[in-house]
Write a protein that binds this ligand. Structure first.
Ligand code: PNS
Length: 164
């Protein structure tokens, strides 16, 4: 049985991420979406909120589970008994960082391989940062994230605004 981890910050999950999750879940037997608990990145959503949002939008996929993790990705993969790391490649600009990460991971954990999915061209421009930026300035984000995530982003931005 092939178990894979699809790691990321997912702050928040976009249609681009969802496309990779759906495609990867057809290729591997079991897919764990690993949400990095990255306090240093100052995320808009807490790790619990990011996990809950991913659970909402992947509930139709029976072989997909969402978990948070801290520390090294390869340690999380080992603990989860996963031998594959899944990453999406949007454009050549992603390549250098992804290559460095996958080679480092393979150096420290030779039995774990990284598999790349090229992003659907429809979402090649998309990133969580762009979604947040457009939302902050009240732009339309319904082509970037599922409807339920649009609501969560709007609520969060309203909350942040009222806390100022
Ligand atoms: O969605 P992102 O923010 O591009 O995902 C980056 C992620 C979570 C895959 C990466 O930061 C990571 O794996 N972090 C865990 C720490 C780690 O293992 N670092 C060494 C990898 S070179």
């Amino acid at each position: 049985m092939t178990k894979a981890i699809y790691p990321g910050s997912f702050d928040p999950v976009t249609f681009g991420h969802l496309d990779i999750i759906e495609r990867a879940s057809k290729v591997v037997d079991y897919l764990i979406v690993g949400v990095l608990n990255n306090s240093s990145k100052n995320p808009l959503f807490s790790v619990e909120e990011r996990v809950a949002m991913l659970q909402e939008v992947t509930s139709h996929l029976p072989n997909v589970e969402v978990q948070s993790f801290g520390g090294l990705l390869v340690d999380f993969a080992k603990q989860s008994d996963a031998s594959v790391i899944v990453r999406g490649l949007r454009a050549i600009t992603d390549f250098e960082y992804e290559l460095q990460m996958s080679q480092t991971n393979r150096k420290i954990a030779p039995n774990i391989d990284t598999v790349f999915f090229t992003t659907n061209l429809k979402y090649a421009y998309l990133s969580s940062s762009i979604v947040k930026e457009v939302a902050m300035y009240n732009g339309k984000i319904d082509e970037f994230v599922p409807p339920v995530i649009v609501s969560h982003i709007r609520e969060k931005i309203d909350q942040c605004g009222s806390n100022k």
